[in-house]
Design a protein around this ligand. Sequence first.
Ligand SMILES: [Zn+2]
Length: 142
Amino acid sequence: MLNFGFPLSTEYERISSAFGWRWIQLGEMTVPVRQFHPGQDHGCPIGTLGKVAYKGHVSKIWEGYRAGRCLEITHPTCSIPGFLVQTVYYHLNKIYFKYLQQIGSDEIAYETGNSGKWTTGPHLHWGVKVNNRFIDPRICYN
Ligand SMILES: [Zn+2]
């Protein structure tokens, strides 16, 4: 059991799209398509200040076509030998940390946004990876 914190202020705790399979409508296709959602979404205004779910360091910052401006944090202190734990944050507006910088769970790390093509409105998408496989973030915090 991971003992993460919720990365946003509690007013944004409502999950607008949960981890797992979901049906999406693609353009003019009449049949919905099943798509795997590798994290969970929380609607919040652009510029909402966010934290990381656990202390660690910045292991990647990138711009994705779908996910927009992205941040990946590696959490060595909650990883056990053989299990690497990481979290990711997508669609960001601004990132306050740089590659390899240490970051505490009480520090403001980014502003949420609406960047990337795969978003229908301002929200934070965050995900949790163990050995590069996404697990359900909902089981990682209280
Ligand atoms: Zn999402």
